[in-house]
Design a protein around this ligand. Structure first.
Ligand code: AMP
Ligand code: MG
Length: 374
């Protein structure tokens, strides 16, 4: 156990234009910790990150240990200044320049060929490196104070939902890391989009707030990895983004996603919930605002209106954690649209469910995959 220091940075009503003296002092301390090989959790615009010096192999080892994450699951290196990119990649392709121009700082991660400066510990043994420049002012300040290169996976225990509040980070990381910076609730709530620029055409390995359509406007043709949406059937491909093979974001209860017409979905979930409750289960439901009063279950949570995908994205992980706190042993969720940001939402939801999906249109249960749970 180590002593975890907790600081709050909520400058100027959360727009972080100017840090107070005291906050600046805290950020400097965070930088000292990182430079000395320690770990600091900090807010970004997507989810809370668990930061360590990306160029220090010991720091990366500590990150894997703190998360209980398999060390072949590579880390994303966060930078704060475009000029720093050339130090960690061997070549900057034109596509990277264009994407950075359009989306950095922001929730986009690019895979590039790494330089010798990046240790294999950070890339999980790969000769490519994932790089992102976040837009959150606290993240940018922490990266600069910490020497410019911060490896930062989500600050959760491996396999649990990513943290969107500092309280989630504390739940998982208290006593395991040196500092937690509380920057309040985060805006996006889902991890960055990952695009691989080492292949042609570029390929999306993880969907996020920056959608395929947005990338295509800048790059032309962009492919989506076939493993991204497996709602119909498992496609049996070996995933290229190594983290993709692990079950992620999962609540402790057994989560099932139900697809179909809204009426049929409500009816199906209520029937299953009745059975489960008779069997002694505590049953939770994740529903949209529009359908909420129709459910019968022990804990019913609104993820937001069906029409507000940004709200659904921002709430999803917190809701999954709340079910743990409430002891739900069976959880059912509506499925959401897979257009735009919906693709990222469904990608995370299906992973959280270990791809346990009921599609009422085809009346069959698709793949249940618990064996990879990490
Ligand atoms: P996280 O840090 O939890 O947001 O996850 C980072 C994810 O980025 C990993 O699980 C991988 O899927 C992906 N990733 C990181 N580096 C690489 C890389 N060099 N090649 C392919 N995927 C990567
Ligand atoms: Mg993660």
């Amino acid at each position: 156990m180590i002593q975890t220091e907790r600081i709050v940075i909520a400058s100027a009503g959360n727009d972080f234009v100017n840090f107070t003296e005291r906050e600046q002092e805290g950020l400097r301390r965070a930088g000292e910790i990182l430079k000395a090989g320690g770990l600091v959790a900090f807010p970004t615009e997507t989810v809370y990150g668990l930061g360590g010096d990306a160029l220090n192999p010991d720091s990366s080892r500590k990150i894997y240990a703190a998360k209980g994450r398999p060390s072949d699951n590579p880390l994303i290196v966060h930078i704060a200044d475009w000029g720093d990119l050339s130090r960690i990649v061997s070549r900057i392709p034109k596509a990277a320049e264009r994407l950075a121009e359009a989306f950095w700082p922001g929730p986009l991660t690019m895979i590039l060929q790494k330089s010798d400066a990046v240790p294999m510990e950070t890339t999980g043994g790969l000769d490519t490196v994932a790089v992102r420049m976040p837009s959150h002012p606290v993240a940018l300040a922490v990266i600069r104070e910490g020497g410019g290169f911060v490896a930062a996976p989500s600050a959760n225990t491996s396999g649990k939902p990513s943290p969107t509040l500092a309280a989630h980070v504390a739940e998982d990381m208290d006593g395991r890391i040196d500092m937690i910076i509380d920057g309040g609730a985060l805006g996006i709530g889902l991890e960055s989009t990952i695009v691989d620029l080492t292949v042609s055409p570029p390929r999306i390995l993880r969907p996020g707030y920056i959608t395929r359509e947005m990338l295509e406007q800048v790059l032309g043709d962009v492919e989506a990895d076939a493993t991204i949406l497996q709602s119909q059937a498992e496609c049996g491909q070996a995933p290229k983004a190594p983290g993709m093979k692990y079950r992620h974001y999962a609540p402790a209860g057994e989560l099932t996603v139900v697809c179909g017409e809204p009426e049929a979905v409500v009816e199906y979930i209520n029937r299953r919930a009745d059975e489960d409750r008779k069997g002694g289960h505590l049953v939770g439901v994740i529903g949209t605002e529009e359908m909420l009063d129709r459910y019968r279950a022990d804990v019913i949570k609104s993820v937001g209106s069906r029409t507000e995908e940004d709200v659904i994205a921002a709430r999803l992980y917190a809701i999954l954690r709340e079910f743990d706190a409430e002891g739900a042993t069976k959880i059912y969720s509506e499925a959401f649209s897979v257009e735009g940001l919906g693709q990222a939402i469904m990608n995370r939801l299906l992973k959280a469910a270990g791809h346990r999906v009921i599609d009422l249109q085809v009346q069959q249960e698709v793949g249940e995959n618990d064996s990879n749970r990490k």
